[in-house]
Ligand binder design. Structure first.
Ligand code: UDP
Length: 409
């Protein structure tokens, strides 16, 4: 066997969060297993969720893939909101990067980063290390990101001047409603400005999913790489087997899986309507039901008797499900999803139709083109007292539609 010392040494750097670490780790594995590289995976562990730590300490990682944790940082003194916190954690952590990169042995040939770690590009440039960006979202968001500085200059930073649509040349118009509040953030401008300096951009997507955007990116000669999404569940052992045993007992194509990513939550009112809708649909379901985001009250947050009445027909957890294993199970035919990019890829890969339930970031944008290409339906929300809520009858309707059209249930 060729020794690690002789193999090309590449470093992959991921920002915190399972949605970033999962695809970058998969890329790292592919570089080692399929292409004979030696990879050092640099992980940011400040604010890292337990699932991330579990993923990175998995003993089945290939031997030429070394995980190195960058020194932890303390940002608790800074007065910042949650959405900006991740930028600060990355910024502070990357102060240790020059030292780490200089000392990796053998010297590294290139650095791959996700978009939130883009400040690493300058550090790598100072050390003459070629850099690549791995988009952890869609090609459509990539196109928008590249064009955002132009849009920003056109409206002079005042996004209220943008009419209903944002036009990125060569792409389908984007609805302003789909971009705010999670995408048009001034904090991302420095990141957008650095994109053109990289040696290549890797996007994890399929031609059929984003035909128009991919055509336009190719015409502009961007470099696209398409590594496959993860093929193994994050969770294993006991917790996993509880879900799989239950799914094994359900008829083929009869179950809808409900999950809003690694951290998505709903309001108490919305959870109640979702629970009603699932119950009224009379369909089988697996639901990752985290506590509501607008209530600190302890105790059950379901309406009285919901768990009893749906026992046997529904499996509910309040924390985590082995998503890839669930989606790849033959009894699952529908997925109520927040449209995070990894969830989208995992669903498409396993042929599971989606009920789009975007919550934040670029998820509305994803939902829009998933509906356009016919792999998702988007339930209609009603406006109630200034709040948008998807009512129980609409939940019942979309769950029935998906399972009766796509599944066998
Ligand atoms: N995930 C999981 N179990 C859960 C929730 C999420 O395994 O209960 C995994 C899911 O398979 C996906 C990732 O966490 O790979 C979530 O990434 P995504 O981009 O969909 O959403 P984010 O969490 O970044 O918003």
């Amino acid at each position: 066997m060729e020794s690690s010392q002789k193999k090309p040494h590449v470093t992959v750097l991921a920002s915190p969060g399972i949605g970033h670490v999962t695809p970058l780790l998969e890329l790292a594995k592919r570089l080692v297993v399929d292409h004979g590289f030696h990879v050092t995976f640099l992980s940011i562990t400040t604010d890292a969720p337990p699932a991330q730590l579990q993923l990175l300490s998995n003993p089945s990682l290939p031997s030429d893939l070394h995980v190195v944790s960058l020194p932890r940082v303390d940002v608790s003194q800074q007065p910042i909101g949650i959405s900006v916190r991740i930028f600060l954690v990355v910024q502070e952590t990357l102060k240790s990067l020059p030292f780490v990169l200089k000392n990796l042995q053998p010297p590294i040939k290139s650095l791959v980063v996700d978009p939130l770690c883009i400040e690493a590009l300058e550090i790598a440039a100072d050390l003459s290390i070629p850099t690549y960006v791995f988009m952890t979202s869609s090609a459509s968001l990539l196109a928008f990101t590249m064009y955002f500085p132009t849009i920003n200059a056109e409206v002079n930073g005042d996004y209220s001047k943008i009419a209903e649509e944002v036009i990125v040349p060569g792409c389908k118009p984007l609805l302003l409603d789909d971009l705010v509040p999670g995408v048009l953030l001034p904090e991302v401008l420095p990141m957008c400005n650095r994109f053109p300096s990289v040696k290549g951009i890797l996007v994890n997507t399929w031609e059929e999913l984003e035909p128009v955007t991919l055509l336009s990116l190719r015409e502009n000669l961007f470099f696209l790489g398409l590594p496959a999404p993860p093929d193994k569940p994050v969770t294993s052992t006991l917790e996993s087997s509880k879900f799989l045993t239950w799914l094994d007992e359900q008829p083929i194509g009869s179950v809808v899986y409900v999950s809003f990513g690694s951290g998505g939550t709903l309001s108490r009112e919305q959870m109640s309507e979702l629970a009603w809708g699932l119950e009224l649909s009379q369909k089988r379901f697996v639901w990752v039901a985290r506590p509501p985001n607008d209530s600190s009250a302890s105790g059950s947050f379901f309406k009285a008797g919901f768990l009893d009445r749906t026992r046997g027909r529904g499996l509910v957890t309040d924390s985590w499900a082995p998503q890839v294993a669930v989606l790849s199970h033959r009894s699952v035919a529908g997925f109520v999803t927040h449209c995070g990019w990894n969830s989208v890829l995992e669903s498409v890969l396993h042929g599971v139709a989606m009920i789009a339930w975007p919550l934040y970031a670029e998820q509305r944008m994803n939902a829009r083109f998933l509906v356009d290409v016919g792999v998702a339906v988007w339930p209609e929300a009603e406006e109630d007292d200034g709040k948008k809520v998807v009512g129980r009858c609409e939940v019942e309707r979309v769950v029935r539609t998906i399972l009766e059209e796509e599944g066998e249930g």
